[in-house]
Ligand binder design. Sequence first.
Ligand SMILES: Cc1cc2nc3c(=O)[nH]c(=O)nc-3n(C[C@H](O)[C@H](O)[C@H](O)COP(=O)(O)O)c2cc1C
Length: 180
Amino acid sequence: MAKSFDELINTRQSCRSFSGKPVEKEKLEQLIEAVRLTPSACNSQPWRLITVSGEKAQPVREALQLMGRNKFTQECPAFTVFVERPATLKAGIAEMLGSQKFAQLDVGAAISYYTLKATDLGLDTCILGWFDEKKIVKTFNLPKNEKVRLIVATGYAVDGYEIREKVRKDTGEIAEYIGD
Ligand SMILES: Cc1cc2nc3c(=O)[nH]c(=O)nc-3n(C[C@H](O)[C@H](O)[C@H](O)COP(=O)(O)O)c2cc1C
């Protein structure tokens, strides 16, 4: 049975123990579709996704082995590299007039869509910001005007991997409500 939205946000968690079970291509396509529908500033859609799986993902696994971090990704079957593209002219002008770099925020929103859709499909993910960017740029021959933002490890957790209780600040520390 489909999970409610509340269940999705409560059960999405960083997986650091992948089983190695391959991810079905149709599911990877559904994740990409979720990103395609993500909102962005001026509808700029300043992202490019590179999804790799199986043996083809080996260079990404290697780029993730940085200073002993992210070792668990060695068992992960698939990854999506989130690359930020230059904003469209309209979004670029909006950025110049304001004080925000929208594209980076847009990529963050896209990753939320991706990871929640993955949870909906019974997949497990881990957002990864710690990687050897130069290796990724070289592997995919990325142009200078594109920036690798994050990589999302995507697969199935080992059997019995438990849903952890969320470690989060209290509501009062992060939010205020002003109103009647
Ligand atoms: C931008 C970003 C970068 C992250 N980079 C890493 C990383 O390199 N390695 C890792 O194990 N987890 C990484 N994480 C996962 C966070 O540690 C995790 O989301 C946070 O501790 C909350 O835990 P949860 O995802 O299980 O709810 C990253 C998360 C974000 C949003």
